[in-house]
Design a protein around this ligand. Structure first.
Ligand code: FES
Length: 353
């Protein structure tokens, strides 16, 4: 069967073919090609930028894929978040049969580009997650179990309770049936579930995974959790060359370092020749805001300099960028910037996408 064909930098249309509750505040959705079943290729751990139509406006957000490559659907698990317009729309309103837009899978946090480093005791992985951060590491674990069963997996997940644990039953089934998958659920309130109870710290990590120094670590969760875990690993003298992490937690909206003085000082022009459009604005403005207000076809998904959906090529002119995270060295060399993380310094000539 032919692989699903993505369009570089252009959204494709997929259909929601299934939707079900994972916990009281999260759902999983399955997305498939419109016409016929087609397998999807991606690297476990990667994410897609998903676009949904909310009140006539297409809004994009980045979500990790939790299914495995070559299935004829993509599974995403989405949790309700305070003021999360897109996530809450998907949880509350998106229905089976609805169409959505999606950009190609992307992301450096994946287990193909960063496989576990072979150790004298074999290849061992340590997957650590909290909340919805479980989605990419769950995809990695499933991939290894299916394709590289020699990899020993320690799976540490932190949640509030059994009911609030995404994939609770699937995790326990895997742990019961698969020797190389060791599950360590650490819950704030475990109730009657056969899980650990407590708050994650360096001592817990060492206790749950005594051979963690022999493992390659993959971490995903809320930003604060990730900072804490990174600190615990450093405290335990973990070799941080074997540490990989991901987070979609948006940074502060001032991430583009807008200088309010310069914002009011000089007017500049942003020229998008390919679209025959010229926009007048002030120096210091965020490039993404300017393009969005002019209703130009820019896709802003994470607004945090992480997903790469807002990539633009600056042919002439200067911007000040606070993130280049998803851009390759070659793209940076070619003049690509992230519109969500770049304030305008001078007149610009740009290409979108
Ligand atoms: S919107 Fe994600 S990097 Fe700009």
């Amino acid at each position: 069967m032919m692989m699903f064909q993505w369009q570089a930098n252009q959204p494709v249309t997929l259909r929601c073919i299934d939707k079900y509750a994972e916990t009281e505040d999260s759902v999983s959705i399955k997305l498939a090609a419109l016409s016929e079943a087609q397998p999807f290729d991606f690297k476990p751990g990667q994410f897609i930028n998903l676009g949904v139509n909310i009140n006539g406006k297409l809004e994009f957000r980045a979500y990790s894929i939790s299914s495995v490559p070559h299935a004829d659907y993509l599974q995403l698990t989405i949790k309700r978040v305070t003021q999360g317009r897109v996530s809450n729309f998907i949880v509350d309103t998106l229905a089976i049969g609805d169409e959505v837009k999606a950009l190609p899978p992307t992301g450096d946090f994946n287990c193909i580009d960063h496989p576990p480093r072979p150790h004298s005791s074999g290849s061992k992985a340590l997957l650590i997650s909290a909340g919805c951060g479980i989605t990419p590491v769950f995809a990695m674990a499933q991939y290894w179990l299916a394709h590289q069963p020699d990899i020993d997996i320690a799976f540490v997940h932190v949640a509030r309770s059994p009911e609030a644990t995404i994939y609770f039953d699937q995790l326990h089934t895997l742990a019961a049936t698969t020797q190389q998958f060791q599950l360590h659920l650490l819950l704030k309130e475990r109730g009657a579930a056969p899980c650990h109870q407590g708050r994650l710290n360096a001592e817990w990590l060492k206790k749950l995974v005594p051979d963690l120094l022999q493992r390659t670590a993959y971490l995903c969760g809320p930003q604060r959790f990730m900072q804490d875990v990174q600190r615990y690993l450093e405290t335990l003298a973990f070799d941080m060359r074997d540490f990989h992490h991901e987070s979609f937690t948006p940074r502060a909206p001032d991430c583009a370092n807008v200088d309010s003085d310069s914002a009011s000082s000089s007017s500049v022009t942003v020229n998008v020749a390919a679209l025959g459009q010229q926009v007048e604005t002030s120096a210091g403005q965020l490039l993404a805001d300017v393009l969005e207000q002019a209703q130009l076809p820019i896709i802003i998904a994470c607004r945090s300099g992480i997903c790469g959906s807002c990539k633009c090529k600056v042919n002439h002119g200067k911007v000040t960028s606070t993130s280049q995270e998803p851009l390759t060295a070659q793209e940076i060399e070619q003049g690509y910037v992230l519109a969500c993380s770049s304030s305008i310094d001078t007149d610009l000539d740009i290409d979108i996408g």
